[in-house]
Design a protein around this ligand. Structure first.
Ligand code: BGC
Length: 368
């Protein structure tokens, strides 16, 4: 079968022929890949950035945002049946630390985890994939057009879930756990797919959502945000240090730009007892100048929390599926417009090397 593979650390990427995987254990699930999203991580890998080939090999099959259709299951599998739609999670645990042993490899302590399509394990830009039942999440048939958004949404779900849990743990009286976000002022920085999907999850929870980026208000991403009830803030007009003055203080800031300087500048807009959650992974090593004392003063005097959040557990994937169902009920076909471009898999080079005009999310189609 065909697969898109790259040589980590180089720009060499090509279509290869690899053996089709087969069910070997009773808890294996085999899916036919329908489509796989492309994100910043894939593009960074294609530029010779962070990626690792499986042990003993020089090439890695890329792709981690997938949607598939189950074609076969091992004897003991009950979670999915042939014909159903499903996604596999991304990370596989180190098998040594407590979080990994408890199926929370997203919190791995040793760093010896693997990630399909990114780090030491082949991904999903191919025709078929097999994995264990514990890594599969069923996707209802209605979600076929948008199920491929489950993985990027799961990353936002984890960041939001952690923020809410933190608030309810330290403010049990005033931050009733499940609905802490209701009516809260939330700023999403960076309106790529993760930022927009975070905005979607926050809007569904009744938050007042602002999204900041540096593109025209009439362009695709701000327009998508406004349709779900978010307010667009043009960062070229309102600089990060003016956000508080223009919009007021924020209870939650979710950062999805991966631009280190901006990540710290926006702290000015965070209110007392606020949470600042970082999901963007800055590439390169551009030096960053910070007034460390001022940063610490703000955090301490304001009871503020800054957290980093990466990857997602199976539970967050399930939350993502549930929110996609609710989002379709709330906004119908608008949700699918987040996938702005569908391209045949053979066009992987062009898709990885350039952004199309008005692109939000581009996916490669594997069903021929
Ligand atoms: C993926 C995560 C992964 C992270 C770091 C992101 O693009 O969505 O699953 O953990 O990259 O490799």
């Amino acid at each position: 079968m065909k697969a898109v593979a790259l040589t980590p650390g180089t720009r060499a990427i090509r279509l290869v022929d690899v053996p089709e995987p087969a069910i070997i254990s009773p808890d294996d699930v085999k899916v036919r890949i329908l489509r796989v999203g492309i994100c910043g991580t894939d593009r960074e890998e294609a530029l010779g950035g962070r990626a690792l080939a499986p042990q003993g090999r020089s090439e890695l099959v890329i792709g981690h945002e997938m949607l598939g259709q189950v074609v076969e299951t091992g004897k003991s599998v009950t979670r999915v049946k042939p014909g159903e739609y499903a996604v596999f999670t991304v990370r596989r645990g180190c098998g040594e630390c407590l979080p990994c042993l408890m199926n929370r490899s997203d919190m791995c302590l040793t760093g010896r985890y693997r990630e399909r399509g990114i780090w030491g394990m082949d991904g999903y830009q191919t025709e078929y994939a097999v994995d264990k039942e514990q890594y599969v999440v069923r996707v209802p048939e209605d979600l076929e057009p948008i199920g491929v958004l489950t993985e990027p949404l799961s990353v936002a779900e984890k960041a939001i879930d952690e923020s809410v849990r933190l608030q309810s743990a330290r403010l049990p009286e005033s931050a009733a756990a499940p609905n802490w976000l209701y009516g809260r002022r939330c700023l999403v920085a960076g309106l790529g797919p993760i930022g927009l999907l975070a905005a979607l999850a926050l809007c569904l929870r009744g938050a007042e959502v602002f999204g900041i980026d540096v593109v025209d208000a009439q362009s695709a991403r701000p327009q998508w945000l406004e349709h779900i009830g978010g307010k667009y803030v043009d960062g070229r007009m309102v600089s990060p240090d003016k956000v508080e003055h223009e919009l007021g203080q924020m209870d939650l800031i979710l950062e999805a730009t991966g631009v280190a300087q901006l990540e710290f500048n926006l702290l000015d807009a965070l209110g007392k007892n606020g949470v600042y959650v970082l999901t963007g992974i800055p590439g390169g090593d551009r030096p960053l100048q910070l007034d460390g004392a001022e940063l610490i003063r703000r955090l301490v005097l304001g009871n503020q929390v800054m957290i980093g959040s990466v990857n997602a557990s199976r539970g967050h994937f399930q939350m993502a599926v549930d929110d996609l169902v609710r989002a379709r009920l709330a906004w119908g076909d608008h949700v699918a417009r987040l996938i702005s471009h569908h391209r045949p898999y053979a066009e992987f080079q062009a898709v990885l090397n350039s952004h199309e005009a008005d692109e939000i999310k581009v996916v490669l189609e594997w069903r021929q």
